[in-house]
Design a protein around this ligand. Structure first.
Ligand code: EPZ
Length: 438
């Protein structure tokens, strides 16, 4: 298992290219299970979770080919990643087994597409994860309303469809509000249902919109995506198409905070500030300067950081996936900040680790009270989940001395080449292998 060694205290300055969105890419790749012919996806980042989805699509009878980037090609993100072609070659397979689901919860994205197209789907039930209980009841309920029948057996959800799914009007929200992947799962299935489906209480995240745009290119008839009410007119079939995924708004937000926490100056390329309005709002309140020029964002920060109140909310509110990173920044603000988590109330594993680095964060239920300190100190800390790990990297960039972060495979699941990108703008960060470390 790899670790990061970060020597803190270096101001970041320079330019960073933001990758394609992981959370858009994963459900979009799953949606390709419904298309006839080849779909070509561009901007797909090279990440562990993408490798897992490739593997799962292979198990489900897809031919998946990652091309090398064209010589001299530009404008496809930092790695100049070549396109990914996905073609369904065998429609008889319909199982997402535990061995893959346990490594990546987003495997649940195949449920709707496989069920709609192949009439049967067996998906291992995703267990809880480091950020809390993560049920899939809303996914199942939505698909049931379209006419699928479900039972569970040996840890698997087994869904079957007799004939064709039938469109209907349904409410898709839950106790914590809308569900992103649940909306995408039901929206995908409804594209091949008979008649009209209306999803009320749908998630409005840009990743839902991106998937709807892909499906419409495939021949689906979806309107209202990006609003809480999505209408889908069912079609008989979908065909392969070409699509570029949106920039990763969470990676972009993480680098905005990296600029702020190191009192640095970063130019972020290939990103969309329209997807980060709530994030920019909170960062500006903290004292961060953000300016937009074409597809580029320039971020720099004032020396004094103001404390703020922040609550995570469904889009367009502040994303839960940036809560931990903002908290790392607020650890150094001049006063008391209050951070409330409304999406995953237990998503606070980073609190203990930030406190080991000299932070003063007290958790009370789903709220954390952050008393700003003058400095953080390097320490040996443990990555627990993707975004908590990113928060520790940010803290390490500014901490006095050396920070060692163990289990960075969590970061590799969702941040493409994070250490190379950081080193290129002045960070001192080294990846070490546990064996080499001794
Ligand atoms: C997506 O997960 C993202 N994952 C998460 O990003 C992100 O944190 C989350 O949306 C919220 O924005 C991917 O896109 C792959 P939800 P998802 O269903 O769709 C409850 C990251 O770090 N709920 O929108 O699984 C749920 O418990 C990851 O990149 C139910 O109760 O999240 C939560 O409280 C982590 N029943 C709320 O809804 C359900 O059936 C929202 O979760 C489904 C969800």
């Amino acid at each position: 298992m790899d670790s990061f060694l970060i020597s803190g205290g270096h101001r970041l300055k320079g330019s960073v290219e933001i990758s394609g969105s992981k959370n858009s890419a994963l459900p979009i790749m799953a949606a390709c299970l419904m298309a006839e012919g080849k779909t070509t996806l561009k901007g797909i980042p090279r990440l562990l979770d993408i490798d897992s989805m490739n593997k799962l699509l292979g198990m489900l009878g897809c031919d998946v080919v990652r091309h090398e980037p064209a010589e001299g090609a530009g404008g496809d993100g930092p790695a100049l990643n070549g396109p990914l072609d996905i073609t369904v070659v065998d429609e008889n397979r319909c199982e997402a087994p535990y061995e893959i689901v346990k490594t990546m919860r987003a495997s649940i994205c195949v449920l709707g597409p496989v069920l709609a197209k192949r009439k049967k789907a067996i998906v291992s039930i995703p267990g809880g994860c480091a950020i809390g209980d993560r049920p899939v009841d809303l996914h199942v309920r939505g698909l049931q309303k379209l006419g699928a029948e479900f039972h569970t057996e040996n840890g698997n959800i087994i869904g079957e469809v007799r004939g064709r799914l039938k469109g209907c009007r349904m409410y898709l929200g839950g106790a914590q509000g809308p569900t992103v992947l649940g909306t995408i799962n039901v929206m995908c299935a409804a594209t091949l249902a008979e008649g009209q489906t209306v999803l009320v209480g749908a998630a409005c995240e840009p990743e839902v919109v991106d998937c709807a745009n892909l499906l419409n290119k495939m021949g689906a008839k979806i309107t209202g995506h990006g609003t809480p009410e999505v209408q889908i007119e069912g079609v008989e079939s979908l065909k392969g198409c070409e699509h570029r995924v949106i920039p990763d708004r969470i990676e972009c937000g993480t680098f905005m905070i990296a600029a702020a926490i190191t009192n640095g100056e970063l130019e972020l390329k290939h990103c969309n500030l329209d997807h980060l309005v709530a994030v920019a709002d909170r960062l500006e309140e903290v004292g961060v300067n953000i300016c937009r020029e074409n597809g580029t964002i320039r971020v720099s920060s004032a020396r004094r950081l103001n404390p703020v109140e922040m609550t995570t909310q469904p889009y367009p509110g502040f994303p839960t996936d940036l809560q931990a990173q903002l908290m790392a920044l607020l650890c150094l603000a001049d006063g008391i900040s209050v951070v409330t988590e409304r999406i995953f109330p237990d998503r606070f594993l980073h609190v203990g680790e930030l406190n080991r680095m000299g932070g003063r964060v007290r958790k009370e239920g789903a709220t954390a009270v952050v008393q700003g300190v003058r400095e953080l100190q390097g320490a040996n800390v443990m990555a627990s989940d993707l975004r908590a790990s990113a928060a520790l990297v940010l803290a390490g960039l500014v901490a006095k001395g050396t920070t060692r972060i163990d289990r960075v495979y969590h970061i590799d699941r969702g941040y493409e080449k994070i250490e190379q990108k950081l080193v290129a703008v002045g960070a001192q960060i080294e990846r070490i292998n546990e064996k080499a470390w001794g």
